[in-house]
Design a binder for this molecule. Structure first.
Ligand SMILES: [Cu+2]
Length: 317
């Protein structure tokens, strides 16, 4: 059997084996049940008979199910072993789960929100979660593993067919759980290599200070801020077009007057740089009226430079 990944056929054959046995016994037992209803009907058997056991029958219905269950275990174990043993030549990608986004980081530090992989090469994913339990799931590859805060977990796969495959979160993790989606793009080796080279080359450029029209260097780059806002999952809750998802929109935020609730008291604050910085690092301090604070603190998650880039980006919206 083939499939989108090397695990697909392994998992599917175990599934079909177990489902096949289940189906066989479902049909057999249902048939016997109906057959016995007619055969041993009271009209034909007025007097019930006692049965005093049959050693042969008991041995048969003990030995056969035991063998079947052990076979299920054996094939299940083989599949499990295959999926837990990462090949030595696997390419490693770090996966960071947070409410509510996936972020992928390659060995050279390149970060993306879509997982690009070459086909016919094993890929190891090292999972970590920054907040609650999530579950990384690629249905087409038949792989799933929990991302648990404080406990590093992993899984691996080898895509065997090029294409786009869905990535889901399979552990209910709060309001936007159902939207915690991404994609795996399995590319031919050559294509993957050129994508990787190009994306890696663009990375430092994105992080470099931008030059303004007057030729002076702006301290930070808003393109980097835009990228971070996407990568760090901010866009799961904050739109940039004025619509409300979970939190207030970024649009027109900078420079506006905000009605916030702080320590149970309402007050008005000016959305200046200091406010943006406070709201990112300590989201619970001043919560915009009408909203609930669901945002995890970004303290320790962003470097000073990254924070500045995000603020720079927000100022322009
Ligand atoms: Cu999740």
């Amino acid at each position: 059997m083939s499939g989108a990944s090397t695990s697909t056929s392994t998992v599917d054959s175990v599934f079909l084996f177990i489902a096949g046995i289940g189906l066989f016994f479902l049909v057999l037992i249902t048939f016997l049940m109906i057959y016995f209803i007619f055969k041993y009907n009271k009209k034909r058997h007025q007097k019930p008979e006692d049965i005093h056991g049959s050693t042969l029958l008991e041995v048969v219905w003990t030995v056969i199910p035991t063998i079947l269950v052990l076979l299920m275990f054996y094939f299940g174990w083989k599949g499990f072993e295959f999926m837990r043993k990462v090949p030595d030549d696997a390419m490693t990608v770090k996966v960071t789960a947070r409410m509510w986004s996936w972020m992928f980081e390659y060995e050279n530090g390149l970060q993306t929100d879509t997982l690009y992989v070459p086909v016919n090469r094993p890929v190891k994913l090292e999972l970590q979660s920054l907040d609650v339990i999530h579950s990384f799931f690629i249905p087409a590859f038949r792989i799933k593993e929990d991302a648990v805060p404080g406990i590093p977990t992993y899984l691996w796969f080898e895509a065997t067919e090029t294409g786009d495959y869905d990535v889901l979160c399979a552990e209910y993790c709060g309001l936007r759980h159902a939207y915690m989606l991404s994609k795996v793009k399995a590319l031919p080796e050559e294509e993957f290599r050129s994508w990787f080279a190009l994306a890696s080359e663009e990375m430092p450029k994105l992080n470099a200070p931008e030059t303004t029209s007057e030729g002076t260097e702006a301290p930070v780059n808003s393109a980097m801020g835009e990228r971070l806002v996407r990568l760090r999952g901010c866009v799961a809750c904050h739109s940039s077009d004025g619509s409300t998802i979970i939190g207030p929109s970024f649009k027109g935020l900078f420079g506006s007057t905000r009605r916030v609730v702080s320590d149970g008291e309402e007050k008005e604050v000016m959305a200046d740089e200091a406010y943006l910085r406070r709201s990112i690092l300590k989201p619970g301090l001043e919560v915009v009226k009408g909203f609930k604070n669901l945002m995890p603190s970004q303290e320790g998650q962003l470097t000073e430079e990254e924070l500045a880039a995000i603020i720079q980006y927000l100022k322009g919206l």
